[in-house]
Design a protein around this ligand. Structure first.
Ligand code: FRU
Length: 514
């Protein structure tokens, strides 16, 4: 029986891989479980209504918890709750009841969650460690009244592995000293000092606080008034160590809105040292996690050991409330692993999708040493119905475009420009761009490093592209809304060169995770 089933599955995936258009119902169910216009098939989305930032991401007892900014009353931003989902593999998500509701202290804004292993908070019971969520209470009445202290930090805890949450009676635990933007606490255990460290976004800088028990906080230091980008408000920070060549570096992520390199919301990062009190960056250069416009408020999971897994909100405040999705609004990026790499002596972050995503890969089609003179239709016989991963490699990186198209002429173009040494994404003809004038702008990303080779990984879902170049040194994430699914992929060489020899083209359809 088992043998028979795997034969059938093999047959189905072979059909999918070679693009027969005669879909069997089983085949369709592999990638079209939920056919709603623009509904991502391999990205986390709320079942209905609004979502923004991922929150409280914590790994506990074999489950990745994902909470998120959620308004269950509508499709636009509203009074914030923490929605909740869990996954055992970062790819398939189980939706759970809302974890935190607004209360008399306000809406539940962004924050983090930790496993309080040593029960420093005293919330634990009968030897059971509590999960503790640290979040911003945003008081809309105070805001309306023109006060400056309407954002304060509070706690909630769970003793049943995140199923139910109790707000702490002593909330708020960190009171606002009179800073209008005072939010998004990311808390970590700092083992060397045996204390909790809270990294908090405080308007135009980061303020670090320390606590022995998550309830009492003392200010340690500030960072950033004169470093990094300042085209907008600092939000959703993260601080964590990463090792490279046996040395520990500290990474500080600071999201900013607006002020990202291609407009609106984006994430910058600093690399340096943290001594338990102060963060000292190696240099004063501003670096960006992602040059697309749709990776915001991204931070990492806590309690995953040395492995650092990142996820962002695949959207941008410039048009987030207007994107044309019907029953929900907002998605998360693919989960990504962060690592360090030295490029010309500079320590940089590199970002790649987690390896767990390969588990939803169907039979890949690989081709090697393909000569491209002008324009080549990749995955030729393919009827691209499912999301996919595409890998492209060549010995030399030259002008190229990679375009996703459909029969109505919609085009989403990714490319590289030798002259400016930059990658770009052009979504100006990608379908519905009418909802916001900013949406059609060209996005560019400087190429980092000076290697000769082309090395690209592209993940395409129904309404998004995630582009990882040069081993994840340059990343671009963009959403788009085609009138019909993009079912053709073309690779085009620049007019200025003698064509390309693509050393490797690997196309892998991905199974829907819905
Ligand atoms: C970032 C953000 C946070 C805030 C939350 C409110 O996108 O503005 O700073 O906590 O969203 O929903």
């Amino acid at each position: 029986m088992k043998y028979k089933l795997s034969l059938i599955l093999l047959f189905i995936s072979a059909l999918t891989a070679f693009g027969q258009s005669t879909d069997t119902p089983q085949q369709r169910s592999l990638y079209q479980t939920k056919v709603e216009k623009y509904r991502p098939q391999i990205h986390f989305t709320p079942q209905a209504h609004w979502m923004n930032d991922p929150n409280g991401m914590v790994y506990y007892k074999g489950k990745y918890h994902l909470f998120y900014q959620h308004f269950p009353g509508g499709n636009k931003w509203g009074p914030m709750h923490w929605g909740h989902a869990t996954s055992t593999d970062l790819v398939h998500w189980e939706h759970l009841p809302i974890a935190l509701y607004p209360d008399s202290l306000g809406y539940i804004f962004s924050g983090s969650a930790v496993v309080d292993e040593k029960n420093t908070s005293g919330f634990g019971k009968d030897g059971k460690a509590p999960l503790v969520a640290i979040f911003t209470h945003h008081d809309p009445k105070g805001e309306k009244a023109g006060r400056s202290d309407f954002q304060n930090q509070s706690l909630a805890y769970s003793l049943d592995e995140g199923k139910s949450w109790t707000k702490y009676g002593g909330n708020p635990v960190l009171r606002n000293p009179g800073i209008v933007d005072f939010r998004d606490p990311k808390v970590m255990w700092y083992e060397a000092g045996k204390k909790w460290i809270m990294t908090l976004a405080t308007k135009d800088r980061i303020t670090f606080y320390a606590s022995p028990n998550l309830k009492e906080w003392t200010k340690e230091s500030e960072f950033g008034a004169h470093e990094g980008g300042h085209g907008g408000v600092w939000e959703c920070p993260d601080l964590f160590p990463l090792k490279l060549e046996g040395k520990t570096y500290w990474v500080l992520i600071v999201n900013i809105n607006p002020g990202a390199p291609n407009g609106g919301s984006g994430g910058q990062y600093f690399i340096g040292d943290f001594d338990g009190k102060h963060f000292t960056p190696i240099d004063n250069k501003t670096r960006w996690l992602d040059y697309g416009t749709d990776d915001y408020a991204g931070i990492t999971w806590s309690n995953t050991g040395e492995r650092k897994i990142f996820m962002g909100w695949m959207n941008n405040w410039t048009y987030a409330n207007e994107v044309p999705t019907p029953s929900w609004r907002g998605a998360a990026t693919l989960p990504r692993e962060l690592n360090l790499e030295k490029v010309n002596g500079e320590v940089l972050l590199k970002t790649l999708p987690v390896k767990e995503l390969d588990n939803i890969g169907l039979n890949p089609v690989s081709q090697s040493n393909i000569q491209v003179k002008d324009r080549l239709r990749l995955v030729k016989e393919q009827v691209l119905k499912s999301p996919f991963k595409l890998e492209l490699q060549a010995d030399q990186l030259k002008n190229f475009t990679l375009s996703l198209e459909n029969e109505l002429g919609d085009k989403l173009i990714i490319g590289y420009n030798e002259k400016t040494n930059s990658y770009f994404i052009d979504r100006s003809k990608s379908g519905d761009i009418s909802f916001n004038p900013e949406f059609k702008k060209l996005h560019t990303a400087p190429r980092i490093g000076n290697g000769k080779k082309m090395d690209l990984i592209v993940y395409v879902d129904v309404a998004s592209v995630e582009f990882f170049a040069d081993g994840g040194l340059t990343v671009m994430t963009d959403v788009f809304f085609p009138q019909k699914p993009m079912d053709q992929v073309y690779f085009k060489t620049g007019a200025s060169n003698a064509g390309y020899i693509l050393k490797k083209v690997k196309y892998m359809p991905l199974k829907s995770t819905l």
